[in-house]
Design a protein. Sequence first.
Length: 592
Amino acid sequence: MCKENSTKAGISVGKVISLNEVKSGIFHLILKTELVHKNQSVPQSGQFYMLRSSISKVLLARPISVYSCKTQDNFVFVEFLILLKGQGTKELCNLKIDDSVEMTGPLGNTFPLPQEDLQNADEVKIAIIGGGIGVAPVAGFSTNLKPHTYDFYACFKSFSYGLENVKAKNLVITTDDGTEGIKGMLPSVFTADDIKQKNYSVVYACGPEPMLKYVQKVCLEAGITCYLSMEQRMACGLGACLGCTITTTEGNKRCCKDGPVFEGSKLIFSEKKPMERKEKVDNPDLSVNISGVKFENPVIAASGTFGFGTEFQDVIDVNLLGGICSKGLTLEPKPGNTGIRLQETPSGLINSIGLENPGIKVFIEKKLPTMMELKPVAIANLSGSSIETYVEGAKLLDKTEVPMIELNISCPNVKAGGMAFGLDPQAAFEVTNAVRKATSKPLIVKLSPNAPDLKAIAFSVIKAGANAISLVNTFQAMAIDIEKEQFIFDNIKAGLAGPAIKPIALRMVYDICYAIKTLPKEQQVPVIGLGGISTWQDAVEFILAGADAIQIGTSIFANPNCIKEIINGISAWMARKGYSKIEEFKGKMIFN
Ligand SMILES: Cc1cc2nc3c(=O)[nH]c(=O)nc-3n(C[C@H](O)[C@H](O)[C@H](O)COP(=O)(O)OP(=O)(O)OC[C@H]3O[C@@H](n4cnc5c(N)ncnc54)[C@H](O)[C@@H]3O)c2cc1C
Ligand SMILES: Cc1cc2nc3c(=O)[nH]c(=O)nc-3n(C[C@H](O)[C@H](O)[C@H](O)COP(=O)(O)O)c2cc1C
Ligand code: FES
């Protein structure tokens, strides 16, 4: 058992001593670490560490409770029970023996021990409750109590774990599906009447928030004290960022520093609207219609990242896609920019390709026929340096079979034209209007996130005859070589794309979808959302935000299989959620 010897936390590197999957998705991890300060505290039940694998892809460490710990010489062996949830816990659950883990801790407060007389009473006065992975800190805490002086209620979805060290007088297990113990949840075995009948005096609990809210309610009804261990998203874990605050009767409290254990009666839980649940569906229909053109699914390869459709053919099945946008095309061939063209950034990519392309005539002759043989809808991405060159290009494309044109008024990498048309509402109107007159093909206008007033640009291009809008193109960015003391790119500025831009792109897509919904019905046009999409979850977010379809660009470079994963992921999500068509959830967040 651990004993506190001071109050200080520290940063240390833990080595993996053992890691086992105790039950499906639940891992038992033992880390060996040094006490870094002379007076550093040894971990106590209730406390937690911020853990991050040393070769991590996530930015923040993850808070994980101390399950148990032993000290030996200057070393601490800390045990954790981890539920594999997302990327951060996946990394922790996939560690190998001797791998390193960055550890900050021990952090937070501990469960207060019950008064001596409660442990020495003739009848059991203490109830401990663990829900799911929340069993870890309370099971650890139970080892601080005399055996058989407490009852332990452990509630799981379908199987129990983490109870090896629990020496309860009565161990009551519930499972939602009845695979172990009593079928049901905590209310089937623990009510205010039970508390009174059993004469409990104090309750300790950790688990999902609805369960803790219930424990608070029944303890208040029965008039006894409860201590609840809370969970909140955390960045620093040290009380500095205020990202983890919890509302209490004494004002905001930091879960990491003032908690995670709080006296239950002081907590104010928020009211959450329950989610409406629908029946599952089989084989949802992923097809979408954009301005009269049918796409088998809403996933389109973004311009400039998928060549002319065949470049990726050897490594993936390109026919899975709903559509493919060609590389940006100009009337005359373009050699593109000189110097470095690519610069990787954290979760992003800055590019300065400069619209290198073979010109529209060569495209029509050599590239389009093959693009048209593929299943995905072919979209010609049209760029230009002046209104005249845009119009000439549009006239040439109009004579072809290409079903759609994406008008690129947003390329940040060319000196003439490109983004310049996408920054000013009047210029955006003029170029769209001129191209509109030059072609009868459905016209998607691709907007620049660098526009000072994106809504004004969107309304201008709609007024000028755009049939759909796509956004975003890349964000203007820069990089400097600090050794050479030179700009990385010959053009100084270039365009940032990739997962780094996703949340901003999503917000912009939402803003434009929202704005479009304020227009009269006959003026409303579909929106294709893009910018940093790398997973099916990202794609679903864009559609919930209002996008009719999505494009994937940079992420295809990192993982060409993401196309298949995204399409399958959207389909599985729809089936699970009971959506049989995309339009049933498209834009749901706008109306929420
Ligand atoms: C004090 C405390 C103790 C915890 N103890 C344990 C434990 O012993 N075992 C265990 O398996 N889990 C524990 N959790 C929950 C654990 O921190 C989250 O499951 C984990 O952060 C999820 O990260 P992810 O990348 O796997 O999941 P994602 O869902 O992808 O995470 C996305 C973001 O949300 C945050 N987040 C998601 N869920 C939670 C959550 N429940 N609590 C806090 N942040 C969350 C993540 O840290 C990350 O920043 C504890 C949380 C807190 C606050
Ligand atoms: C290497 C590269 C080249 C690009 N070329 C074009 C282009 O020719 N025409 C265009 O409209 N957009 C072009 N883009 C922008 C993408 O189509 C997309 O709008 C942007 O990258 C954001 O999406 P993403 O984060 O999924 O990559 C290019 C992007 C990259 C990374
Ligand atoms: S996580 Fe920063 S204040 Fe709690």
